[in-house]
Design a protein around this ligand. Structure first.
Ligand SMILES: C[S@@+](CC[C@H](N)C(=O)[O-])C[C@H]1O[C@@H](n2cnc3c(N)ncnc32)[C@H](O)[C@@H]1O
Length: 378
């Protein structure tokens, strides 16, 4: 079958790399989507283990349609019965970009009619729609129609550990991507000095402990009664047995608000990483560490939702002083504040455009020096 995974905007590269490391599949990305051949086991594995992708789909078919007749017959030609059982419910979601067919409501209703016609002909009965609700996504781009079956259900950033809302939380998939784009690895100390409800710290704890991000949540593909998913139990058991215990705590989160730290601890407990991370109430302008060559990955306030401009100017300047007092630490920071480099007084090694929800941000990489290699005398 053809599988498509979607990436948060600006993060296609890191999603592609994660796919390669999990499956050895090297597929190109196009418009935020990566499509490749795989089995149902691949669908299960990606839902369970991908930290950076937004959703996993089965691509049911593609065709061109410039009017509703073409849309109806194109949809009716697709083999929905291979995926959808008798009497299932069907939800159709539509997006249309620069296509002759642009009315979302009309496309939805024609496509739904065509799907039911196909299923009624195949099952030889009127569909009662009392089974599991399948989510079909139909995308039109330049009159080209692509039909997907959503196998994840809720987007993959919903890991299940965040049950309470912080002030301006970052998506778990974006937090994980920031970590994977940084030089951090589980052997280096990590600090998020503006940790809020703890997302970056918790995602790092899950990477360090090798906890599969989807371990404690449900997925739509598990309810497709057309598929035998009995293998998934063993896949989950294997993932559980691969969880590591940390030797010591090397991941630290702090925030000036005590209420945020309480939330962060609560979420870290839900995620099973309390033994790998530590949280404290602290002003980011006072961070310090006796360690060298550590990594800061953070999502500071922007001024839009949390603080006004004047406050941001002095916060970024004072935080930078504290950062510069650390010995050769690298700093990775996501913010929409356009003069961030000027305020911090540092030049980024690399900048990437990334969306945090609907907000366009820049992800700044500021590299500290690499540790010098020491060679043992023979
Ligand atoms: C954009 S939010 C971080 C959200 C976080 N990434 C999450 O997923 O929940 C910024 C955080 O910075 C905190 N903050 C503001 N000023 C601070 C300061 N001087 N020192 C430490 N934290 C501060 C706020 O309390 C807020 O939780």
């Amino acid at each position: 079958m053809k599988i498509t995974i979607t990436a948060p905007s600006g993060l296609e590269g890191v999603v592609k790399r994660e796919l390669l490391s999990l499956t050895r599949i090297d597929a190109p990305s196009y418009n935020g989507k990566i499509t490749f051949e795989g089995e149902l086991e691949t669908v299960a594995l990606l839902n369970l283990k991908m930290r950076t992708a937004s959703r996993v789909y089965i691509l049911i078919g593609e065709f061109k349609a410039t009017d509703f007749n073409e849309l109806f017959s194109g949809v009716e030609d697709l083999d929905f019965e291979n995926y959808i059982a008798n009497n299932a419910k069907i939800q159709v979601n539509v997006s249309s970009f620069e296509s002759k067919l642009s009315s979302i409501q009309a496309i939805k209703s024609v496509a739904k009619k065509a799907i039911f016609e196909r299923l009624e002909n195949f099952y030889k009965q009127k569909q009662t729609e009392n089974g599991f609700e399948h989510k079909i996504e139909i995308s039109l781009r330049h009159d080209y129609v692509t039909v997907y079956l959503n196998t994840s259900g809720e987007p993959l950033h919903k890991r299940g550990y965040r049950t309470l809302n912080g002030e301006a939380p970052i998506k778990e998939t974006v937090a994980s991507s920031m970590l994977l784009l940084s030089v951090w690895n589980p052997n280096k100390p990590l600090i998020d000095p503006f940790c809020g409800s703890g997302t970056i710290v918790i995602e790092a704890g899950m990477i360090l402990k090798n906890i599969a991000p989807g371990l404690y949540r449900d997925f739509d593909f598990l309810h497709f009664n057309k598929f035998d998913t009995s293998f998934y139990c063993k896949m989950k058991q294997d993932a559980l047995s691969e969880i590591k215990s940390p030797e010591k705590v090397t991941i630290f989160g702090s925030d000036i608000e005590e209420s945020q730290i309480k939330l962060a601890k609560y979420h870290a407990k839900n995620a099973g990483v309390l033994d790998a991370v530590s949280f404290s109430v602290k002003n980011a302008c006072e961070i310090s560490s006796s360690e060298s060559y550590g990594v800061i990955v953070t999502n500071p306030p922007y001024g839009e939702r949390l603080m006004e401009r004047q406050g941001i100017v002095s916060l970024y300047k004072n935080f930078s002083k504290a950062y510069k007092s650390l010995n050769e630490w690298s700093l990775y920071l996501i913010t929409p504040v356009s003069d961030c480099e000027r305020l911090l007084g540092v030049k980024a090694t690399k900048k990437r455009k990334i969306y945090n929800g609907k907000l366009e941000c820049t992800f700044y990489s500021i590299m500290g020096k690499k540790p010098e290699k020491t060679y043992k005398k023979l």
